[in-house]
Design a protein around this ligand. Structure first.
Ligand SMILES: *Cc1c(COP(=O)(O)O)cnc(C)c1O
Length: 360
């Protein structure tokens, strides 16, 4: 089965094998070695000298951790959103009592840096900015470096959802002054769902010291204290640690630049391929993502039927659209363990399935 959705992604055999290992004491030295090994390797992929923590959660848990560790109820937060995950980040902040100013841009279109600057200039009380690096729901990548330059001109905290980009698309955390970056194990990391990984800058630690939002499980102070002992505060998803230790070795031996180049090449193949089938891309192509390709269904394609035919008859699993894009687009995931041949298989299957999934 070709699992080509934007997470969970296929796990390489080494990762599957690693997870067959017996349990160990999470308060013992053996686990400490694994945690320390993973943390050091993660810092290389995050391109940070700051702290990186492993939380037992899906990506959304990491997003919640970013919010509750840096903000207080009543704090003003600027949300930059052009898709479903941007809206989720804003919803979390609002849920914990932040006063969220929502800059909602058209889905699939670039955010407007001037509008962001204007919003920051208009309200000096804004404490933090929420941004999505790769908007998985629309298949586009926001120019985070440019967004960061604006946010940092106003010296605001920058919290980034990089769940479907980190480890696939370049994101130099320290160079781009990202205060918190969140990612999730089931995306580019080639391991099952169950871990969120987060980086924390010095500025984020300063915010943390003042932050009064309720938190217990996600408390970064606890994470830091325990990491000094080679532990996590709570019982971790040990099997996924085994797998991640293995896939990080694969990633670092391939090299970050090679990984980014491979994702760019495979994504270009996906975009060229769907266009050659007479289809069009949902997002502005200038910003099209290297981890997920979102394709317009127009009025011709019955998306649920297409996805069913692909799975039942061609062993290919694709994703539909989310929320208001449900039925309007379908999405091909190409992140983590993906090569040119995987895209070739998807395109061959699409070529056969499309005529069978016409709207009647
Ligand atoms: C997958 C994803 C999430 C949500 O992660 P879960 O692991 O499902 O909680 C959030 N943001 C983006 C950009 C994603 O791709």
């Amino acid at each position: 089965m070709h699992l080509r959705i934007p997470g969970p992604t296929p796990c390489p055999p080494q990762a599957l094998l690693a997870m067959g290992r017996q349990m160990i004491n999470h308060r013992g030295g053996e686990f400490g070695e694994i945690v320390n090994s993973i943390t050091e390797k993660l810092k290389q992929v995050f391109q940070t000298k700051g702290d990186v923590f492993l939380l037992t959660a899906s990506g959304t848990g990491g997003m919640e951790a970013a919010i509750v560790n840096t903000l207080s109820p009543g704090d003003k937060v600027l949300s930059i959103s052009n898709g479903a995950f941007g809206e989720r980040f804003a919803d979390i902040a609002e849920g914990f009592g932040a006063e969220v100013i929502r800059l909602n841009f058209e889905w699939g279109k670039a955010v407007d840096l001037d509008v962001i600057a204007k919003a920051l200039r208009a309200d000096g009380d804004i404490k933090a900015v929420l941004a999505t690096h790769n908007e998985t729901s629309t298949g586009m990548t926001n120019r985070l470096g440019n967004i960061s330059a604006v946010v940092k001109k106003f010296d605001k905290l920058l919290l980034v959802d990089a769940i479907s980009s980190l480890g696939c698309i370049n994101l130099p955390t320290d160079d781009w002054h990202c205060d918190i970056v969140v990612t999730g194990s089931q995306k580019g990391w080639m391991v099952p769902p169950g871990l969120a990984m987060v980086s924390i800058s010095e500025k984020a630690w300063q915010a943390h010291a003042q932050a009064k939002m309720p938190r217990y499980y996600w408390d970064f102070s606890k994470a830091k204290d325990f990491l000094q002992k080679g532990q996590t505060p709570w019982t971790p998803a040990i099997s996924i640690f085994y797998a991640l230790d293995t896939t990080l070795d694969l990633m670092l031996s391939e090299g970050l630049d090679n990984i980014f180049t491979r994702h760019a090449r495979v994504a270009q193949k996906a975009r060229d391929g769907v266009k050659s089938l007479g289809l069009s891309l949902f997002p502005d192509e200038k910003y099209a993502s290297n981890t997920v390709t979102a394709v317009n269904a127009d009025d011709r394609i019955d998306v649920p039927k297409l996805i069913r035919v692909l799975r039942e008859d061609y062993d290919v699993v694709l994703a539909g659209g989310q929320q208001k894009l449900s039925g309007k687009i379908f999405r091909i995931g190409h992140l983590g363990s993906v090569e040119d041949n995987d895209i070739k298989s998807v395109l061959e299957a699409l070529n056969k399935a499309l005529p069978r999934a016409k709207k009647v």
